[in-house]
Design a protein around this ligand. Structure first.
Ligand SMILES: [Zn+2]
Length: 371
């Protein structure tokens, strides 16, 4: 999940918010101001309830951030790249690139989040007693203790993408030798749990409480799809670990003069080649950019006479790779940029292009040939 509002950097880690969080924040403040606080500490002004509620909501998200920061900092200690933290709805996501180096590392990275929430809950209990002279503030700390324990316990549910799922997966990794097997076993257990939640959710919907039932079923469904995604990701990485970039790339590469027009490329060059991407070169032969046929076809109507150089993606923005590099490490390194193209250079010479289609084809072939 990419952040939509950037908050800035904390300890060198980019932190952002997703829009969805604003609605949940409003819901939290509303619950505090109209339900929790007036019930526990009656006979105060409405404005006081709302002001304390608004503060309580902010502190709640600070607690959530502390939980995610704990994951991110431990991951960074193990040499993993942390591309940022996004807070959304009722949770946070630490975007970690690559796999943890060992089962122990994965266990620690997962465990430190709930541990942080438990520690915060303990602190909140202490502050609750320390502020007992002002009942409203004390009540907010009681509520914070409660939600942080709930946050820790929910995250310990053994299903992906929750911390409990990762803990379970690291345990299986340690017992069964590889991360892929660990994830596979953990996903199977998480799936059973998710089906139980969906089943229970349906029963609860028609018997006890529709709202709680629908929530339970929804969380079950979410865990189900997250588990499948996690497994597909690990299977893909495992399939690509021993494959060099050179096996996936299209080669040789046809480069096009960047002073040609869009119309010229579409009419006289493209029909003679099977490629969907063309690197461009200037009159000296130096590479200047990259164009994709799909983009050009869209531009054709209004700008058929436009020069390719003016619509190309600058060469400095195009990710590059070496032919002997493992495909799995390339995907880890460039992440989502695989949606674009990667140029492959061997000792300064352009030898190939990797496209997502190339990688997808390779994965299919590798999976088909597995014993
Ligand atoms: Zn967590």
């Amino acid at each position: 999940m990419a952040p939509t509002i950037r908050l800035g950097k904390i300890l060198g880690i980019e932190v952002g918010l997703n829009w969805s969080l604003i609605f949940i924040y409003a819901l939290i403040v509303w619950t505090l101001a109209t339900d929790v606080l007036p019930v526990d500490v009656p006979n105060q002004g409405a404005l006081t309830y709302w002001a304390i509620g608004a503060l309580g909501g902010v502190v709640f998200y600070a607690c959530l951030l502390a939980h995610e920061l704990a994951h991110a900092l431990v991951a960074r200690r193990y040499g993993m790249k942390v591309s940022g933290i996004t807070l959304w709805l009722i949770g946070g996501v630490s975007r970690l690139d690559g796999d943890p180096p060992s089962a122990g590392a994965e266990a620690l990275i997962a465990a430190v989040g709930p541990l942080t929430s438990f520690v915060i809950a303990g602190l909140a209990v202490g502050l609750m007693f320390a502020t007992s002279a002002s009942p409203l503030v004390s009540d907010v700390f009681a509520w914070l203790a409660y939600v942080n324990v709930a946050l820790a316990l929910f995250n310990l549910v053994p299903a992906f993408p929750l911390d409990g799922g990762r803990l379970l997966s690291s345990l299986f990794w340690w017992r069964q030798g590889t991360r892929q097997r660990g994830v596979h076993s953990a996903v199977r257990i998480g799936r059973v749990l998710a089906y139980v939640m969906i089943g229970l959710g349906i029963v609860v919907t028609f018997t006890i409480s529709p709202v709680n039932g629908i929530w339970l079923a929804f969380i079950g469904w979410f865990l189900l799809s997250a588990g499948s995604q996690e497994e597909a990701g690990t299977v893909m990485k495992a399939a690509l670990r021993s494959v060099p970039v050179s096996a996936a790339m299209s080669s040789p590469v046809v480069t096009i003069p960047d002073w040609l027009t869009i119309g010229q490329l579409l009419e006289s060059v493209a029909p003679n080649h099977p490629f969907t991407t063309y690197p461009l070169h200037d009159p000296t032969g130096a590479l200047t950019g990259l164009v994709r046929l799909g983009d050009l076809v869209k531009l054709r109507r209004e700008a058929a006479d436009g020069r390719l150089a003016s619509v190309a993606r600058p060469i400095s923005e195009v990710p590059t790779a070496r032919p002997d590099e493992a495909l799995s490490s390339l995907i880890e390194r460039i992440g989502a940029a695989i949606e674009n193209r990667v140029l492959v250079f061997d000792q300064g010479k352009l030898v190939g292009i990797v496209s997502p289609v190339d990688v997808a084809r390779l994965i299919t072939v590798r999976q088909g040939s597995r014993p």
